[in-house]
Write a protein that binds this ligand. Structure first.
Ligand code: SF4
Ligand code: FE
Length: 484
């Protein structure tokens, strides 16, 4: 088997015995939970699209490990063209879900771990690269969804991992055995973990020699004993729990959820370990993963932005003002911002180069510029969407009132915009904009744009490192004819 259908993916998840909690209760069947299901549907889209001939070129690739056709979400990029296709695939998935489809974190982790383990083995004669190749062949063959897990809770940000009052605030090795290691700790903000078959853990930052036990990378199935997922709250999340809720949810079929994921004495066998104590390589792994994920946002956020811009344009039409010049100008501005993000995603991909292991790495400077823009532009796009939508987006009566026998007639009468447009359509579009700007999807489109793949300051540090200010000064001196 190399490609699963969407339905097979859902059934494969049903077989997992995940330990998931939401709102203080254990979730017996995450697949059927109304809060989790839309997020599962978003991942399912990555399987469904791969089955469609028109998307085959974007959604699938030929594995360099097995030579077989695989889903691009499990692929090691073999060229700059592959990197470009990755971004295009993410834009497509964003357009089809208007949500986070979660599978990119694993893809970005594969590519970072592959090239880093190659370099560790060269120096230390370890076996991590072979371990990882074997693991990835398994993932590709089964077409699994793997959650990349990087961000530790971090406790006191001013202290290194081994100096924390509670040593578990960074995930660490607590026992070394002949057949593997036992780890304890947690990973925060784990997008899509409860929709994944496997979790691939990486360190969260560069490590010093005294943090040896924290320099650990490995992969285990998500239902391994000791793993607990505690789903995060999202603004407006319980609307999904309301009976027959549809319009009010904003995006009924798709979404994304995150979880605090706890590893309480989890055993990892030797052949699933990809870094174990080589502290100087933790930074390389983090930098490469973050670079890929900063590229990723130049695709996924753009696809979601396409939906939001379309929704704003429809809201203007339904409000009766599609020809107002200021509305047209705001829509142009939204498109300009959105395409600027895309341009950055494509640019850092086109400038990709081969790593020592042979897979392709994006241009780090341009990927960081991409993500820095992502920390800002979606906020401006949302602001403009809210401007166009009008205040009704946040004061509109509920779907239940719209359907109520007593007051429904008033809602229908007074929520009319353009007479030819059914009130229900106007409500649907306004709720979609609400969902993306301040509802459940705002987690992915706004705050994740700020903090996902590293907070803004992390990119500024990389830009200062990669920006080559010295060369720029030399250029200025040459033009100004300054000799030293
Ligand atoms: Fe993929 Fe974007 Fe979600 Fe990250 S935020 S997993 S890049 S869809
Ligand atoms: Fe993310």
């Amino acid at each position: 088997m190399s490609l699963m259908t969407g339905e097979e993916y859902v059934e494969s998840l049903r077989k997992l015995k995940l330990n998931v909690y939401y709102l203080g209760k254990k979730v017996e069947s995450p697949v059927d939970n109304p809060v989790i299901r839309p997020s599962l549907n978003s991942v399912k889209m990555t399987y469904d699209l791969a089955q469609q001939p028109e998307y085959e070129d974007l959604m699938t690739a030929k594995s360099n490990i097995t030579g077989k056709k695989v889903n691009r979400f499990t692929h090691l990029h073999q060229s700059a063209e592959d990197l470009v296709k990755k971004v295009k695939m993410q834009r497509l998935c964003g357009q089809k879900t208007a949500a986070c489809f979660q599978r990119c974190v694993g893809m970005d982790a594969f590519n970072a771990v592959y090239s880093t383990t190659f370099e560790i083995d060269k120096q230390y004669n370890t076996n991590y690269f072979e371990n990882f190749k074997k693991y990835l062949a398994y993932v590709q063959d089964k077409d699994l969804t793997v959650d990349g897990a990087m961000t530790d809770p971090k406790g006191d940000r001013g202290l290194s991992p081994s100096k924390q009052v509670d040593p578990d605030l960074y995930l660490r090795v607590v026992e070394r055995r002949p057949d593997g290691v036992v780890v304890r700790g947690a990973k925060a903000h784990q997008t899509g973990i409860c929709n994944s078959h496997e979790v691939l853990v990486m360190p969260t930052q560069a490590m010093k020699p005294e943090d040896k036990d924290y320099a650990i990378s490995f992969a285990v199935p998500t239902d391994t004993k000791g793993i607990t997922m505690i789903i995060g709250r999202q603004s407006c999340d319980t609307r999904k729990l309301e009976k027959d809720a549809d319009i009010d949810v904003g995006n009924k079929n798709f979404g994304g959820v995150e979880a605090l994921t706890v590893f309480d004495n989890v055993f990892v066998p030797n052949d699933r370990i990809f870094l174990n104590g080589e502290t100087e390589y933790a930074g390389m792994l983090v930098e490469r993963f973050a670079g890929y994920h900063r590229q990723s946002y130049g695709g996924c956020k753009v696809g979601v932005g396409d939906v939001l811009i379309g929704a704003a344009a429809l809201a203007a039409e339904y409000n009766g003002v599609p020809r107002a010049s200021h509305i047209k100008d705001k829509l142009i501005e939204m498109m300009h911002l959105n395409e600027t993000l895309y341009a950055c995603g494509i640019a850092c991909s086109s400038e990709g180069y081969p790593t020592k292991a042979g897979n392709y790495q994006i241009d780090l400077l341009l990927a960081n510029v991409c993500k820095q823009n992502v920390t800002r532009f979606p906020y401006e796009i949302v602001r403009l969407a809210e401007d166009i939508a009008g205040g009704l987006m946040v004061t509109m009566p509920s779907e239940k009132d719209y359907k109520n026998r007593e007051v429904g007639k008033y809602v229908k009468k007074y929520l009319v915009g353009t007479a030819s447009v059914p009130v229900e359509n106007r409500m649907k579009i306004l709720r979609l904009i609400e969902n993306l700007s301040l509802g459940t999807a705002a987690v992915g489109y706004r705050t994740e744009s700020m903090h996902g793949a590293g907070s803004p300051q992390a990119q500024r540090i990389m830009i200062s490192r990669q920006g080559n200010l010295g060369q720029k000064k030399s250029l200025a001196k040459a033009i100004a004819r300054i000799e030293e």
